[in-house]
Design a protein around this ligand. Structure first.
Ligand SMILES: CC(C)(COP(=O)(O)OP(=O)(O)OC[C@H]1O[C@@H](n2cnc3c(N)ncnc32)[C@H](O)[C@@H]1OP(=O)(O)O)[C@@H](O)C(=O)NCCC(=O)NCCS
Length: 157
């Protein structure tokens, strides 16, 4: 577990930096508008950084509904992976979900995203199903891509 990380709310002023990390990390990065919508909807939007530097090392977006939370994404900057940052972020999100009376945390993940699936399984998420062609996006060459999502769930009770 990484103990030096500080979690803060993502603000609009952070979104350009978050978007730059998105571009590096996803074949289907979120546009700034989607992230701003999450802020406007008062979702849990967290960034992780250290006291030493204001640079964003990881971030997450989570929506909390009636007795359930939906983890929309958790991302760690490529330069800061395999140091327990995602684990620390997930721990924080789990606490927030519990405080808000969520009984489960649900998420979707691309079926080809082995690293994330391994991370979530190790954290205790179970695979509950598959959504066919859930992701539709254009790759760097403009080719239309369709990819299935695994639906995973973590029980908080
Ligand atoms: C998936 C992702 C969030 C994991 O982030 P991370 O910070 O590297 O995750 P952690 O460090 O908590 O755990 C990853 C691995 O590092 C290991 N690790 C953790 N702390 C460590 C340390 N101090 N030293 C060495 N290894 C360590 C963990 O045991 C784990 O090993 P495993 O892959 O064999 O299970 C990251 O790869 C990512 O951002 N991917 C791109 C975005 C993405 O796809 N997100 C999911 C969208 S749904």
């Amino acid at each position: 577990m990484n103990h030096n990380i500080i979690f803060q709310k993502i603000e609009t002023v952070d979104l350009a930096d978050v978007a730059a990390i998105e571009q590096q990390c996803y074949p289907n990065p979120w546009p700034i508008k989607t992230m701003q919508d999450c802020l406007d909807a008062d979702y849990q939007c967290l960034k992780g950084l250290t006291e030493l530097s204001p640079e964003i090392r990881c971030y997450a977006f989570m929506m909390i509904g009636h007795e359930e939370a939906h983890l929309l994404k958790i991302t760690v900057h490529p330069a800061h992976r395999k140091k327990g940052l995602a684990q620390a972020m997930l721990h924080r999100l789990t606490l927030i979900a519990r405080i808000n009376h969520a009984r489960k945390i649900w998420l979707e993940v691309r079926t080809s995203n082995d690293e994330a699936i391994r991370f979530y399984r190790r954290a205790g998420f179970e695979i509950k199903g598959k959504r066919r062609n859930y992701y539709r996006y254009k790759d760097h060459n403009g080719k239309q891509i369709k990819e299935d999502a695994l639906v995973m769930c973590y029980s908080l009770i």
